[in-house]
Design a protein around this ligand. Structure first.
Ligand code: AMP
Ligand code: ZN
Length: 112
């Protein structure tokens, strides 16, 4: 499948890793929108939050369980924002479910 984040998940395309386990990968965003900007993805291909179902939502729970640990590993100490874009109006640009973790500084009210 021609999916950028599937390629990053499988290691075909390199990334600057923050955290990895059997099910998920976290890496620094290539174009950070704030001081610390990391992404978390499931290794399995899910198109967006709009494609989350009873069958695949376990990995989403796993991502949210890992987010506090990932934020700490990335050096975020004073709070963060978690964002996911789904579909055209959200400006989702990579069609593989990902959560942005934004922090490391006081964030403006609207970012990402
Ligand atoms: P979204 O607009 O929510 O689909 O976010 C996609 C994000 O992926 C953007 O913030 C991009 O900067 C980021 N991105 C695109 N290509 C790469 C890459 N090769 N490595 C890391 N982040 C990337
Ligand atoms: Zn994918």
């Amino acid at each position: 499948m021609d999916c950028l984040f599937c390629k990053i998940a499988s290691g075909v395309i390199p990334s600057k890793k923050v955290y990895e386990d059997d099910e998920i990968l976290s890496f620094y965003d290539i174009n950070p929108e704030c001081k610390i900007h990391v992404l978390v993805i499931p290794k399995t291909h899910i198109e967006s939050a709009d494609a989350i179902t009873k069958e695949n939502s376990m990995v989403v729970a796993h991502i949210f369980e890992a987010i506090p640990k990932i934020a700490k590993l990335a050096g975020i100490t004073n709070g963060y924002r978690v964002i996911t874009n789904a579909g055209p109006d959200s400006c989702q640009s990579v069609m593989h479910l990902h959560f942005h973790i934004l922090g490391g500084e006081k964030l403006p009210e609207h970012i990402k």
